[in-house]
Design a protein around this ligand. Sequence first.
Ligand code: NDP
Length: 336
Amino acid sequence: MSKTVFVSGSNGFIASHTVNLLLKEGYTVIGSVRSEAKGAAFKKILNTDKYSYVVIPNIADVGAFDEVLKSNPQITTFLHIASPFRFNIESPEKDILIPAIEGTKNVLTSIKNYAPQITRVVVTSSDCAARENDDPNPNVILDETVWSKATFESSKNHPVLAYLGSKPLAEKLAWDFVKNEKVNFKLTTVLPSYTFGPQIDDALVAPDLNSSSKVIEAIIQSNPESKLQNHIGSWIDVRDAAKAHLVAFQSEEAVGQRLILSSSRFTSQTITDVVIKDFPQFKGKIYEGVPGADVAETSQLATLNYSKTNKILGFKFIGIEETVVDSVKQLLRVRG
Ligand code: NDP
């Protein structure tokens, strides 16, 4: 019998790729979704009996995962990917910080109480949990030992700060949980950077895309006078992020590790330059910035040393051109 993996937020951008890959590798997947309609739509896309879903409207509800874990003793691996990552919200505290932190606590508590057979747990964090400040300068080395200093207090008054705080606070809770509680499972955290790439199916290109996919969409929807936000940092292809979630529970070397995913540095200009090169129809139509200006800008950022992660993962990351081309092709197919 194939192994059963639970994936929270299974229809999300990164999770849907992870579920897709798990199914391809022969696993059976039980995923949580927030509504019956979302579960049915996602199952239709996957088109397999090896995926089933459970409706959990809010991971912050105490005991949210109890029933599904009590009634599915065949689950041996839990990937906790769900976390709020939308900024059009009412309360940074109630809509982002609390679900991220309490959701993680609920997952781990349910596993401890009702699923002692689960041996591997993966919690999806973010590279923002492994930065002290905003990438201060090239003399600062960022590696898997670095922790954000964000606190609940410093994060609670702005949606973006709330997101940036929610990830380290939830991840820290997970590491403290395995240190302080008697649990049967081993923990690994995955810290993706800005995650780009196509959705697993054109039907998942929703009118309101997930936050990171909006970065590329905003560029191709811009005009020469647009005032676009300049995104700057590290990025990873969503297909590599999915692969990393599998290595995170399959590899013995990954036990107890933080896996930080970065293909390379980028700014919005990096993406724009690929769009103009590979889709000449956008020339003169979108905000083109200053071609090549990303090189000087990214050279001012902290130096990354994720060699430990890269050795554990053992695969080569997809490059920016392939990611942007695949994303833009899909957006053009769906949005026209
Ligand atoms: P998505 O918004 O596509 O996925 C998030 C998933 O979590 C969705 O299924 C969402 O459901 C669900 N979710 C959010 N809040 C709740 C809640 N309160 N209760 C129940 N379910 C909830 O985003 P991504 O795929 O991009 O993000 C997945 C994970 O990766 C998150 O942990 C995120 O922090 C992390 N990450 C993402 C990065 C990126 O650039 N994309 C970078 C670094 C980390 P619904 O959509 O129905 O609301």
